[in-house]
Write a protein that binds this ligand. Sequence first.
Ligand SMILES: Cc1cc2nc3c(=O)[nH]c(=O)nc-3n(C[C@H](O)[C@H](O)[C@H](O)COP(=O)(O)OP(=O)(O)OC[C@H]3O[C@@H](n4cnc5c(N)ncnc54)[C@H](O)[C@@H]3O)c2cc1C
Length: 521
Amino acid sequence: MDTFDYVVIGGGTAGCVLAARLSQDPGVRVLLLEAGQAEPLPAMSNPAAWLGLAGTAVDWAYTTVPQRGVDEAVLPWPRGKVLGGSSGINGMIHVRGDRSSYDAWETAGAAGWNYEALLPFFKRSEQVVGGDPVYRGMEGPMRISRPATIDAFWQACFDAAEEAGHTRNEDNNGAAAEGVSWIDNNVVDGVRQSAADAYLAPAVHRPNLTVVANALARRLRIENGTCHGVDYAIDGQARTAFAAGEVILTAGVIGTPQLLLLSGVGPSQHLREVGLDVVADLPGVGLNLQDHPKSQVAYTARQPLRVSQYSRKPLVLMRSDPAGSPDLQTIFVHLPMRPRFTPAQEEGYSVIFSLMTPASRGTLRLASADPSEAPLIDPRYLAEASDCERMVTGLRRAREIGSASALGPWRDRELLPGPDVPTDAALLAYVRQTLTTYYHPVGTCRIGSDSHSVVDAQLRVRGIANLRVADASVMPSVVSANTNAAVLAIAERAASIVTDELATAAPSGDLVYGGQRGARR
Ligand SMILES: Cc1cc2nc3c(=O)[nH]c(=O)nc-3n(C[C@H](O)[C@H](O)[C@H](O)COP(=O)(O)OP(=O)(O)OC[C@H]3O[C@@H](n4cnc5c(N)ncnc54)[C@H](O)[C@@H]3O)c2cc1C
């Protein structure tokens, strides 16, 4: 029988942080379970190869259910299946977004979850050379690169954004996120740095940390309202791990609610529909799924776009409504993107635009009680009219930037949607035809205080002792940025909550585990 103090399920961005931080205490035994493989694929280290990782052995290769808002399209949803999780296959953009999107969590009922409260954990996670020490971390595990090289084309994109009225921002992870700025990357010396590289590699040799890869968690062991461990499988062989302390779910926005549902924790009616016994009726599990929708304006080029792998690239964060909060982001690619990844045939570039604060909410549901069957993913893109309107505004803003004179030396013509598509209705039709995910789903086990929240402000699953969630699924709403930096901060804070609880409880000596010290709430 394998007993640990903490069993961390899911070795992705958050799981690597939790495993590394909790095992810093040599008296605490930590198990990290990961469904994917331990070894990275060679292509994972190459920043230029990240798009090619979709569909490989390190991708769960999920798809959505047909999306009504985008002409019934079924969209691919890559998710990392490897130590490092999605940070091992992602686009390596390191950006926090505007503070308003974190402050919105507290407004929605996540007490104590706002930007100021998360700032120490953003700083704890990162290691940046330069930057304002009030906002930036200098000593964290995740090393941030800011290449000195800037290609002429990316400089022209930056200049085009300024020309279109966006204020120059020296550091989008500093005092303000809005405006046009250069992107920070999770790349070190030209090599991807996943959460496994940054957090797990330095910790993996600790005698009190056990990492088990190729281990699919199938069901939590919950008795009398307390989680005691997890049943998992390696190559079809059943195993069980017990937690003397607690189980921490870091299986991500899909894996975490899926495992809760498979364990009988979720909306009772849905559980019964798929033939599962109800262990706890928690109606919010799998609700509140949200993602950043994106599309692009594509241009053909009049001269070859020579860009290097190592150049910095610009990003623009802006408001669709001057009276609102920042809610649109644009980035640039040196390809004229055609609808849904049809290969580009010409030289060119695209201005990608994405809605950062969508109103549409979807669901994650089980297709069956079989843990190896993919769940039903329904993000309900463009279900809300305000999302449609703001995506059209985003397209118009992208067009302003893409057609600015700074890009004149490169621009041949607007390829898509094309200058003959001027009306809002036609632009929305184009958005529906071309919309894809920006790969940032969150929210399926949100923090809150109402009956549809899944975890409380200490990230404890409602109604079940010794069970926490600490990954992208706890975000009440998606932040106005690519989500990896936010997940790192959430996981850092979760580790701090857990270790603080342990430290506070230890002197009383009320319970001991791990052969050292510890306490249960
Ligand atoms: C293609 C792509 C590009 C992206 N680009 C960027 C970017 O450039 N910048 C950015 O900030 N964000 C980006 N993101 C998003 C970011 O990477 C994620 O938000 C973040 O990694 C989520 O962290 P997580 O810990 O919640 O989940 P994950 O990192 O996905 O980790 C979950 C882990 O749990 C494991 N797991 C799941 N179920 C089980 C189970 N039953 N048993 C055992 N293990 C299980 C998974 O295999 C995985 O390793 C991108 C994501 C993708 C997929």
